[in-house]
Design a protein around this ligand. Structure first.
Ligand SMILES: Nc1ncnc2c1ncn2[C@@H]1O[C@H](COP(=O)(O)OP(=O)(O)OP(=O)(O)O)[C@@H](O)[C@H]1O
Length: 320
């Protein structure tokens, strides 16, 4: 018998206060609100390409992501996952193609507006300054406070709320340097939450976490109900926690759609070179069996599928 996943019951499901709907300075509606009303798709990547030193890293990737769900980006090492995340967030400029957030070109947005609308939690976030946890979380308010000297005071209630959501409130006065990897990851999530973004981007957030904290962290993400794109390596975690998946292989889009449609034994064999059992029991599960001969696996057809289902993943259950 399995208990509820850790932390899920403690997570505050109510939306974080509506900083993202104001410019944080005068309280007037921001461009985000205006564009949200326009009926544009939430996030579209169109023919996205990026190269390093003339070598293609991401090649002609087109996909439309839904709001208010967790979209996982999976693929082998070097397949372009981080590059895609950085392009979606406007951190890298595409060599070709566009990214539109509710119809607005992310790479043409003023950087402050982009920082208000998109938050990225990096793979190995580090902060060398001697800061407390609360100081680091407060950095998420910077895009909303204007230029130095800040005209807008720190919103303490907002910081408190974000830290409670990720269960870091007890550690708020601790020196950053003394935190464990998992605690830092949660604090960085709190920083992203106070930013109040429309889009939350997470690059391998479970990398340095033990299995309990992996489940806890991803449960928190699901419970937040935010539009989230998360790079994950563990296919079973992706199956359990992601509504939709984008699968990259050698910089190209191998598949995109609802996780239950995208994840098949053939896809795992072809893209990852691993024999795996994929089954939908109490939830979608991926169990690896051994290495597969990629050449002996039928080539993938275009598996991009139209979004048809809005079912949320079941996140309770035991780790297989
Ligand atoms: N600035 C850069 N200069 C040169 N090569 C780069 C640069 N950025 C990425 N690459 C290369 O592009 C490829 C894709 O990198 P990326 O980090 O996007 O892959 P990834 O799927 O996130 O990999 P991993 O799973 O190993 O983290 C890799 O071969 C990487 O070495």
């Amino acid at each position: 018998m399995t208990a509820d996943l850790p932390h899920t019951s403690g997570v505050h499901n109510s939306p974080i206060p509506p900083l993202r709907h104001t410019n944080g300075v005068s309280g007037m509606p921001s461009a985000a609100v205006a564009s949200a009303r326009s009926g544009e798709p939430f996030l579209t990547a169109e023919r996205l390409s990026w190269a390093a030193g003339g070598t293609p890293v991401l090649d002609d990737v087109t996909c439309t992501l839904r709001p208010d769900v967790v979209t996982g980006v999976v693929g082998p090492n070097g397949s372009g996952k981080t590059t895609l995340l950085h392009l979606l967030g406007g951190l890298r400029r595409p060599a070709y193609g566009t990214v539109r957030l509710r119809g607005e070109d992310v790479h043409r947005m003023p950087s402050r507006e982009r920082a208000q609308r998109v938050a990225l939690v990096e793979q190995h976030p580090s902060t060398t300054l001697d800061l407390t946890v609360r100081d680091v979380v407060a950095l998420g308010l910077v895009p909303h406070r204007g230029r130095w000297p800040f005209g807008v005071p720190v919103d303490d209630a907002r910081l408190d709320d974000a830290m409670r959501r990720v269960e870091m409130d007890a550690l708020e006065d601790r020196s950053w340097a003394t935190l464990s990897g998992g605690e830092r990851q949660r604090a960085h999530l709190a920083r992203a939450l106070v930013q109040g973004p429309e889009l939350l981007l997470l690059d391998e957030p479970t990398n340095h976490l033990d299995v309990r904290h992996q489940l806890s962290f991803l449960s928190t993400i699901v419970a937040l109900g935010m539009s989230t794109v998360v790079v994950l390596h563990d296919l079973d975690l992706a199956a359990a926690f992601c509504d939709d998946l984008v699968v990259l292989d050698g910089g190209r889009l191998a598949a995109h759609g609802p996780a239950e449609d995208v994840l098949t034994s053939d896809l795992v064999a072809q893209v990852f070179g691993v024999a795996a059992r994929v089954e939908h029991t109490d939830r979608l599960r991926v169990t690896w069996q051994g290495l597969a001969d990629r050449d002996a696996t039928p080539r993938l057809e275009d598996r991009s599928t139209a979004r048809t289902s809005s079912a949320s993943p079941t996140v309770s259950g035991s780790v297989s």
